[in-house]
Design a protein around this ligand. Sequence first.
Ligand SMILES: Cc1cc2nc3c(=O)[nH]c(=O)nc-3n(C[C@H](O)[C@H](O)[C@H](O)COP(=O)(O)OP(=O)(O)OC[C@H]3O[C@@H](n4cnc5c(N)ncnc54)[C@H](O)[C@@H]3O)c2cc1C
Length: 368
Amino acid sequence: MLLANLLREAGIDCVVVDRSSRDDIFRRSRAGLIEWRSVQIMREHGLADRLLREGVPHGKTEFRFAGQSVVVDYGQLYGGRTHWVYPQHEVVSDLQDAFAAAGGEAHYEQPAVKIELGEPAVIHCDGLRVECGVIAGCDGFHGVCRTALPAGAAREYHKDYTFAWLATLATVAPSTEHIIYALHPSGFAGHMLRTPTVCRFYLQVPHTDLLSEWPDERIWAELHTRLALPGWTLREGPIFDRTLFPMASHVTEPMQCGPLFLTGDAAHIITPAGAKGMNLALQDAAELAAGLIERARTGDNARLDAYSATRLPRIWRAQEFSYWMVTALHPGPDDDPFTGKLREARLDHLRLCESFAANFAENYVGLL
Ligand SMILES: Cc1cc2nc3c(=O)[nH]c(=O)nc-3n(C[C@H](O)[C@H](O)[C@H](O)COP(=O)(O)OP(=O)(O)OC[C@H]3O[C@@H](n4cnc5c(N)ncnc54)[C@H](O)[C@@H]3O)c2cc1C
């Protein structure tokens, strides 16, 4: 939707097809931490009004481990640049509204079933056929675009993990002013912020666990144990959403082939540790838009041809940062005590070394 808005603003014809209804898309609660650069992109194009009005700037985060707490003032360490806390489904909804208000053509409940990469390229949907010069594959990891790449056109890099995140949403006021990442011998726990009345919580669980093994009482008991800090209390509230989120990382290289350009999860997935997935998707879309607009205005293909080469170094940097977060925060079943102490030393380095904390800040808020 960001790409569609930027193309529409530049006077480039585009059609959006999505297999889901607007209601279903709105019901998908996912990310909530938006990077400085992502907000700047939307702001420059007049797409961030409600986000700036209702979202909350967020510049501190807390790590808990071995009974201690380290708060990193990453906004201050990164020249005042912060995240914004604003739910992903609201970002998408704002972009859908802006596209519709500008007269954009969007077809919901139209699953693309086949992609042809000829001239013109063709998207075959259940009840619609779209001919076009370029296809932006923004259809997530399980969409059809990535699989439409011809054999041998791209290399896929993939990593699975032995644990999953149990992600819950609860109607409860936050028990903290900033996000908490907790390393505990039983596993990672996270207290995330969404709105004044809704919080997201994460628990590391074995990837073989089933949702039925995690009733509310067990979830709250684990959150209390893993997030515990003397003098601090966790508020409880009704859990209204729970998902088991297998941890995986994937990158497709290159992210383009002929008229097909992959963006976001269609091109790469990343663990949620570090909150990069939605931000990478937004930033891919902005770079692809810039290449398409340059070509339409000047006939010069250079930026569009370099789309993948421009994006991949930033995507791998985000992957490496997310992997650092995963390894720092998730004990493994076979860890020996020495490895456990190394993990704590990594986190404690954020307290001991300002230049390390500043490097964390730059990676966490996102490269400019
Ligand atoms: C629980 C959870 C928490 C997360 N937390 C964060 C976070 O804090 N920060 C962060 O940055 N990221 C986070 N992410 C990741 C983030 O949500 C994704 O990286 C992001 O949604 C990717 O955007 P996208 O547009 O590429 O794909 P999607 O948002 O998945 O959108 C793909 C769209 O394509 C449509 N589609 C799929 N197949 C077809 C088809 N065949 N035809 C037509 N349409 C199709 C779908 O209906 C969907 O609307 C989280 C994800 C989850 C699941």
